[in-house]
Design a protein around this ligand. Structure first.
Ligand SMILES: [Zn+2]
Length: 244
């Protein structure tokens, strides 16, 4: 059966001498793993089109095996500016890895794909770690584990600490040992970043300090890694349980 989809390439891996396995996140098909035949031959039609970050339109042959075969590729946006700048490349690589963990096979990922494309576009002109922080916080929201940011995750009182394991912002009374005092300006900044661009009017106020931005970027990454890791562990534990 042939199917079409739009997707961003997350990673590629060599398969034998001439072929490559490409992992993508697709609008309608979620995570796609597919073989590209003859990609390493010098005159391959697909050679440069299926690199990480490339946003492509695809035709894929789905046989009986889990691995599908890509039969046509058209590049919609290569995101060259991200691939060719070291700072952008390293921020963008974290985005691809997070999508790889969140996207599931055969589960439509339109929201994840749209967020990724929009964030790669922003990254093409802005190499600030805030672009990555905003992406990660919004991805957590799509994946169903958005952090609490304006109120304590445990008791809803005003919060000034942050604790990934407790679900985000916490108050001094609820915080456990694994928490960090961050102050309200960092929490306000994170809560701004978690809202998709253009959907909420930004309140006029003082621009965030360098220090607040650095802390927000670090916490967004720490929080996302903590929850993605836990989710992976619980998925493998569920699989292990299912086997018995
Ligand atoms: Zn509390």
């Amino acid at each position: 059966m042939l199917y079409k989809d739009e997707a961003v390439v997350l990673r590629t891996m060599r398969l034998g001498e001439a072929d490559r396995i490409v992992t993508l996140v697709g609008r309608n098909n979620g995570k796609i793993r597919a073989v590209v035949k003859g990609v390493r031959r010098t005159k391959s039609r697909y050679g440069g089109r299926l690199e990480p970050f490339s946003y492509v339109s695809l035709v894929i042959w789905k046989g009986k095996s889990d691995l599908h075969t890509i039969t046509q590729v058209e590049v919609l946006d290569p995101f060259r500016a991200v691939k060719e700048d070291l700072d952008r490349l390293s921020l963008g690589s974290v985005m691809l890895e997070a999508c790889d963990r969140v996207a599931q096979e055969s589960e439509a990922s339109a929201r994840v794909l749209d967020l990724l494309i929009q964030s790669l576009r922003r990254l093409s002109t802005d190499s600030s770690p805030m672009v990555l922080a905003a992406f990660l916080l919004q991805l957590c929201g799509i994946a169903g584990f958005a952090p609490s940011m304006d109120r304590c995750a445990e008791c809803s009182k005003p919060a000034s600490w942050f604790s990934p394991g407790q679900g985000g912002a916490v108050c001094p009374g609820c915080r456990t040992f694994n928490s960090e005092e961050v102050g309200t300006s960092v929490l306000e900044l994170m809560s701004d970043l978690a809202v998709p661009l253009g959907t909420a009017p930004r309140l006029p106020g003082r621009p965030p300090t360098e220090e607040a931005m650095a802390t927000a970027a670090r916490l967004a990454r720490y929080y996302t890694e903590y929850h993605l890791e836990r989710r992976l562990k619980s998925a493998s534990a569920a699989e292990a349980m299912a086997r018995f």
